[in-house]
Design a protein around this ligand. Structure first.
Ligand code: SF4
Ligand code: SF4
Length: 695
């Protein structure tokens, strides 16, 4: 005798009921997706997110199948991440099994007979068990656990409860259907042995072992109907309501269309052709930016890592996304229920905007201006977001609108932008020139000799700011000690444009970029090194947008290479406890985490300790996104919060690889009166100490 998988056992009318309901549910589901695309996402401007198509397909398969097994971003937070993965894989198993059930019912009968059928039953039950465990953990975490710091970010909306209850009921009723069938099987029979291949139903079935056959058959039929109706109800709920469950579709699409450009690069504006600059109303976003809003699951991971939010400033990346989403739905008049949980909103607004309500202004009413200016572009939100939302481009697009369309610039930013425009640097008030730091170092300029192997792009900070010039001096000495034939642009160097771009002045940025690219090309420059991660990111990742292709390396990479090649000897030890602060534009935006650490580890006697928040999880110093010049209007200074992380390591020195981070940390050290016990140094200064002492 061969085992047969009994899908419609005791329910002879089952097939037509299931397939009729399935067809209706699928049609409604497809209609809802098309309506969503047509009414909501299509409001956005065009954007090519299909190319490179095959690389996208490959990455999508890798993310969905390979990474899906252990979605790396999800597992950065194991507590919610693991149950989510259990539910994800449980659903995949169940959907595959349902597909096989359908195909084998009409055509491929052998798929559900004998050993394949038993394996099929096992996989299906494993899927159900995974979902069961995952949903229980979610319910306990969300509704039963005492409120803790992490729970601040959770929305306890009715939608969330309905979502987990629906998922849970689908699998629980499925187990009961199986259990009533298995309980009718007599002990010691071959069929009883086969029932072990359905472990979920087998365990539940033990509870009904003593029930009469009539009772079991009746309850089996009842539960079968309940199971089917709940399953179809779940599909309709996904289709007709703007529920969290929608992310099954939207976040999958978002993962496919995710950014494939360098992480640190902002999207350029075509200044000549654009009809308006930046985003001043919801339809000014691109369709992909609108899809981002739709895909957000309100998980709160971004908010929990946002330095602006954590320091008490009026910005939460999650709230930005959710408020934009609510506004999008108001404006789109999506034909189905468009309710978004109120706990997500920045401003208190009616749950669903009435038809007659005048449209709200995107900037000012939906998103407060202070929120737009509070971002440090640190990338912490994007790096943790499991659905690959891109917060920074949206915030910068709104800044662009404020600056270029409405001529609104924060008071403290205005003189910096003017300084870049008129003097070519961002160091307002300085009387120094770009070459003062070179005194006594005999630095060559490209105007004197362009036949060099390397151009040292010094950057405004390291050329002109008192504290940062020491980085340029130390690095120049290192290059000389290693025998590198290099030159600088001297007084011809001009601001790379990063502050202007991050402050929303795309026009000024592009002027700087075009001017610098032309200059570098005139000197036939091939390779550039910089000590500043902002210059590094801009020249490496953003100048190619304007036909400026150069090989760009950061000094941490070059020093590592020189040490490895034996061109730089670090013989003199530094017997200190050191911790390293990852600059956002080096780490998160460019994935350069190890080279600075390798440099530090190469210095004899250094005791390198990590801060709790390091690598991708590093905490911003407060100097990015133009915020170096714009003081925090409210809340705690970010650099003070970062200093707390440093202090916890009991380090004598905090090392970094960015002049902005160095200045921010130095200010925090002074503010706390720790100058005697804590030093901040760039890795170049430490290396120079180690080489200099040995000579
Ligand atoms: S980039 Fe940084 S500061 Fe800006 S919203 Fe994201 S986490 Fe917050
Ligand atoms: S934007 Fe991403 S990280 Fe933030 S709440 Fe939405 S899904 Fe979560």
């Amino acid at each position: 005798m061969e085992s047969i998988r009994e899908v419609f056992w005791n329910v002879p009318e089952g097939p037509w009921i299931v397939y009729t309901l399935a067809i209706v549910a699928v049609l409604i589901f497809v209609y809802a997706i098309v309506a969503r695309f047509w009414v909501v996402w299509r409001r956005g401007k065009p954007e090519d997110r299909f190319h490179p198509f095959w690389r996208r397909i490959g990455a999508f398969i890798k993310t969905g199948i390979v990474d899906g097994l252990a979605h790396k971003r999800m597992l950065r937070e194991p507590y919610p991440g693991i149950p989510h993965l259990l539910i994800f894989w449980g659903c995949v198993f169940l959907l595959l099994c349902a597909g096989v059930d359908f195909l084998s019912h009409y055509w491929f009968h052998s798929w559900t007979g004998g050993t394949p059928g038993l394996i099929h039953s096992l996989i299906s039950d494993i899927g159900g068990i995974l979902i069961f465990i995952g949903t229980i953990v979610f319910i306990v975490r969300r509704y039963a656990q005492k409120p803790g710091a992490f729970q601040e970010r959770l929305d306890r909306s009715s939608d969330d409860l309905i979502t987990v209850i629906l998922i849970l009921l689908v699998v629980v009723t499925g187990f009961f259907v199986e259990a009533f069938r298995i309980a009718t099987i007599g002990p010691g029979t071959q069929e009883a042995a086969w029932s072990l291949w359905s472990p979920g139903g087998w365990i539940v079935g033990k509870a009904f072992a003593d029930s009469s056959l009539g009772t079991l058959l009746t309850w089996h039929r009842i539960l079968w109907y309940v199971h089917i109706l709940i399953t179809v109800g779940a599909v309709l709920y996904i289709s007709l309501f703007y529920s969290r469950l929608n992310h099954i579709i939207t976040s999958t699409a978002n993962a496919f269309f995710r950014n494939r450009e360098p992480k640190g690069a902002l999207v350029p504006i075509n200044l000549e052709e654009a009809e308006f600059y930046g985003v001043g109303e919801i339809g000014n976003f691109t369709w992909k930016q609108l899809l981002d809003l739709d895909a957000c699951t309100r998980c709160g991971r971004c908010q929990e890592r946002c330095p602006a939010y954590l320091s008490g400033q009026p910005l939460s990346p999650k709230k930005i996304i959710q408020s934009l989403k609510e506004h999008l739905l108001e404006e789109s008049h999506y034909p189905f229920l468009t309710k978004v949980p109120q706990t997500s909103l920045i401003t208190a607004q009616p749950e669903v905007a009435a038809e007659a309500d005048p449209p709200r202004a995107l900037i000012g009413e939906v998103i407060p201006e202070e929120a737009i200016w509070s971002c440090y572009t640190c990338g912490a939100c994007q790096e943790i977001c499991p659905i690959y939302a891109e917060h920074i481009n949206k915030i910068i697009d709104m800044r662009r609108n404020l600056v270029l369309e409405q001529a609104k610039v924060p008071e403290l930013a205005e003189p910096i932008l003017s300084c870049i425009e008129t003097r070519g640097h961002s160091c307002k008030g300085t009387t120094a020139t770009r070459t003062d730091w070179e005194q006594g170092l005999d630095i060559k300029h490209l105007s004197e000799d362009s036949q060099v192997d390397l151009v040292f792009w010094v950057g405004c900070q390291a050329s002109l700011e008192d504290r940062s010039v020491k980085i340029a001096q130390a690095f120049a000495k290192i290059l000389k000690a290693a025998g590198i034939n290099f030159a600088t642009l001297g007084t011809e160097e001009s601001c790379c444009g990063d502050p202007a771009r991050r402050m929303g002045n795309e026009y000024l940025f592009q002027m700087q970029a075009v001017k610098n690219i032309e200059l570098l090309k005139n000197y036939n420059v091939k390779k550039i090194v910089t000590t500043c991660p902002h210059c590094f990111n801009t020249i490496k990742n953003e100048y190619p947008q304007f036909d400026g292709e150069f090989e760009v390396i950061h000094h941490s990479q070059l020093i590592t290479q020189l040490i490895k090649e034996g061109k730089l000897k670090l013989n003199s030890g530094i017997n200190k406890r050191i911790t390293y602060h990852d600059p956002c534009y080096l780490g998160r935006h460019n994935d350069i985490y190890e080279p600075p650490r390798r440099v530090l580890k190469a210095i004899p006697q250094i005791d390198l300790v990590e801060m709790q928040r390091s690598y991708w999880n590093s905490f911003c110093c407060g100097g990015g996104g133009g915020r170096f010049w714009i003081e925090e209007a409210s809340g705690e200074r970010i650099s003070n919060l970062r200093l707390e992380d440093v202090i916890k390591t009991k380090a004598d020195i905090v090392a970094t690889a960015c002049p902005f981070c160095l200045q921010m940390l130095e200010d925090a050290i002074k503010a706390k009166g720790l100058e005697e016990s804590l030093q901040d140094l760039d890795i170049a200064e430490l290396v120079e100490l180690a080489t200099h002492s040995s000579s």
